[in-house]
Design a protein around this ligand. Structure first.
Ligand code: CA
Length: 406
């Protein structure tokens, strides 16, 4: 394992400092695929709702890396169980887990037809890429091992849990970071306390009974952040227009591709076949916003209008759906104003369970509490609060989005 001559530290508002000792981690941070994440907003279009939500996927990725690094240092039983090589691999998995994100995060997955996890894997395993080169320089097996941790199939379960379990470094960082940068206080919880009470038990990550209150707080933080931030109707309105614009471009691209000459960066995502990681690499927020800016002058009136809406934040208004008549009335009104309903009226249903209990099948879904007598039970069986949450009704929200009347 190659160490840096001197530890690198980077300031971070969430964790104080990010510490880097390993050469391979530093090389990956400086790789072009990681640097691209500086140009991807962590919360996609949420900065149209929360004006300070300007933080990048790059900052979040460093944060996940730092939480993993601290867990490996702090949790003695975990530290003893994994080799130095595995520590390196899991820290890298934390750092690299979001490489494959497109612009405007999850909405973009509807456009690209490929999930960001799959793009992440193709980017890490792309032999021509900087990341792959940095990893193999350290160890020939490293790209594969990092990928298998990200895909939750590494042989030591606890390493997978650290990156994508119910109580993983990814969620812990994004909740704290998104709460900080949106100015909402709901996402806060006691990360230090959770780390102090984490243990390794039978190869799994568990939390001691005495840390349960901080885990409950974390579960609640997640619930509130979903409704306050991630599923905010204005952010959903932005996403509806984004997806509608790409759908319109796809149609126009088939019949009249020269109308889209100016926006070559979008072409791979308008074709039938799924775009590869090189096309995704080129498409960051800057390229996308430049594209929208050009499209404002497009000859196709729908493309021009939707692009203007995105650039100038003239988003769709929304109503909570009560009945079918309301939906039909809105469609009728919007259609009378001359709008094409395919692009201008969107019905959207979302639902969220406050906490999904462990089904007994997928270890990934469990949070384990270590009781004082040494037994291990699922969080929902240990906590009355979480128990109440799993019996709570699934919260549903059905909205209709459409342009404001002229
Ligand atoms: Ca993430």
């Amino acid at each position: 394992m190659r160490m840096l001559n001197e530890q690198k530290v980077m300031r971070d508002p969430i964790h104080g400092y990010i510490h880097v000792d390993l050469q391979v981690v530093w090389d990956c941070i400086n790789a072009k695929e990681m640097q691209r994440l500086r140009r991807i907003h962590q919360l996609g279009g949420d900065y149209f709702v929360y004006h300070t939500a300007e933080h990048s996927r790059f900052a979040h990725s460093l944060g996940v890396y730092e939480i993993v690094r601290r867990m490996l240092e702090e949790v003695q039983s975990l530290s003893d169980y994994v080799s130095a090589y595995e520590k390196m691999a899991v820290m890298l998995a934390g750092l690299l887990h979001d490489l494959g994100h497109g612009p405007f995060s999850h909405a973009f997955e509807e456009i690209s037809k490929k999930r960001h996890e799959e793009y992440t894997v193709s980017m890490i395993l792309d032999e021509t890429g900087d990341i792959y080169q940095a990893l193999v320089k350290e160890h020939p097996r490293l790209p594969q091992d990092v990928v298998s941790i990200i895909q939750y199939r590494y042989k030591k379960e606890c390493l997978n849990q650290l990156i994508s379990g119910q109580l993983d470094a990814d969620r812990m960082d994004y909740l704290l970071r998104d709460a900080y940068f949106t100015g909402t206080d709901y996402g806060r919880f006691d990360l230090k306390r959770i780390m102090r009470t984490m243990r390794l038990h039978d190869g799994k990550i568990v939390v001691k009974d005495s840390g349960m209150q901080s885990v409950e707080d974390y579960v609640m933080a997640r619930y509130h952040m979903y409704w306050q931030v991630y599923l905010h109707p204005v952010a959903r309105s932005y996403e509806k227009i984004l997806v509608a614009l790409f759908r319109r471009m796809k149609t126009v691209y088939q019949t009249d591709p020269q109308l889209l000459q100016e926006v070559k960066m979008f072409h791979p995502f308008l074709k039938e076949e799924v775009a590869d990681q090189t096309a995704l690499f080129r498409l960051d927020d800057c390229a996308t916003l430049y594209g929208f800016s050009c499209l404002q002058e497009n000859e196709d009136p729908i493309i021009a209008d939707l692009a203007k809406r995105l650039v100038n934040r003239k988003l769709f208004v929304y109503e909570t759906i009560k009945d079918n008549k309301q939906v039909e009335d809105i469609k009728h009104r919007v259609s009378k104003q001359g709008y094409d309903l395919t692009y201008y009226v969107h019905v959207d249903m979302i639902s969220q369970r406050p906490y999904a209990p462990y089904s007994g099948k997928n270890e990934k879904d469990a949070v384990w509490i270590l009781k004082e007598d040494g037994t291990v039970i699922a969080l929902e069986d240990a906590s009355v609060i979480v128990q109440a949450l799993i019996h709570a009704k699934v919260r549903k929200d059905q909205k209709i989005f459409y342009p404001e009347s002229l």
